[in-house]
Design a binder for this molecule. Structure first.
Ligand code: ARG
Length: 265
């Protein structure tokens, strides 16, 4: 995670961002610290990346790299405003070469976990707004995992992680909002995940899918009440988090969280 020390809405690169609706830095810090503390309370280790001035979206750490089996694929941002975040993330991994042996600087545009979601069988990969389909091939080759390309069609759901979340990466269980995907991609998702939890438009619009699950606890924005109830019915423990300041920039729980998936033991 990367603290929101320099977080603000300074430009507009997705439909949620409006520089006229400023962020309250104190509330943003409070919300971010609460999210961090909840991970720690659940027993997860949280590593901290130093925030850099001039990079107001750096708090969205999920976009900085994708780590699977301890292999690190760096990011390459679609928008110049965020370009300098990519080397900052790579430098963090390089300084910790132990555990992250294979670090790749990408050739093609990919916004990391914004558009890549890891299940036990597949790497689900979004395209349409940010990541290039060429990056999907690059990720498949690098990770040696079959990539399932999915097309996003609604600009409000410009990253895969705003429309889909992995609930159980051992059991291939996911939740998603079908309305964010092209008809063909909806069919692909229905075929691969017939038992997926489908989110309503209301829950999607409050970033309900921008969630992080450890297989039992699911941290999601607290406004996503319908989704929380559906998760509880399935045996998960939903934990509502207040992330309103980050919603102003088009991100929530998952965007603020990069998952460091270690090598298989
Ligand atoms: N303002 C950021 C952008 O538009 C938000 C990124 C949200 N991150 C995410 N993983 N969806 O790039």
């Amino acid at each position: 995670m990367c603290p929101p020390a320099h977080f603000r809405v300074a430009y507009c690169i997705n439909p949620w961002m409006d520089p006229r609706k400023p962020v309250d830095p104190a509330i943003a810090l409070f919300q971010w610290e609460d999210l961090r503390d909840r991970y720690r309370a659940l027993g997860h280790t949280v590593e901290i990346l130093d925030p850099e001035p001039g990079l107001p979206d750096m708090v969205f750490a999920a976009n900085g790299a994708t780590v699977v089996d301890g292999r690190v694929l760096g990011a390459k941002f679609a928008n110049p405003e965020r370009a300098a975040e990519a080397p900052a993330h790579l430098a963090w991994f390089r300084a910790r070469a132990v555990g992250f042996a294979d670090i790749r600087e990408p050739e093609h545009v990919n916004e990391a976990e914004g558009d890549f979601a890891v299940t036990s069988s597949w790497l689900l990969a979004g395209q349409g707004f940010r990541s290039s389909p060429l990056a999907h091939d690059e990720a498949q080759e690098f990770f040696g995992r079959p990539v399932i390309s999915l097309e996003l069609t609604d600009p409000r759901y410009y990253h895969l992680d705003t429309a889909l979340a992995v609930l159980d990466d051992a059991a291939d269980e996911i939740m998603y909002y079908p309305g964010a995907f092209s008809p063909g991609s909806r069919q692909v998702l229905a075929r691969l995940f017939p038992d997926a939890l489908l989110a309503t438009a209301e829950d999607a619009a409050v970033f309900g899918l921008n969630a992080v699950s450890d297989g039992l606890h699911v941290l999601l924005p607290r406004e996503a009440a319908g989704l929380a109830a559906a998760l509880r019915e399935r045996g998960y423990e939903p934990l509502g988090v207040d992330m309103t300041e980050f919603h102003k920039a088009g991100g929530s729980v998952k965007c603020c969280t990069m998952e460091l998936r270690p090598p298989a033991a």
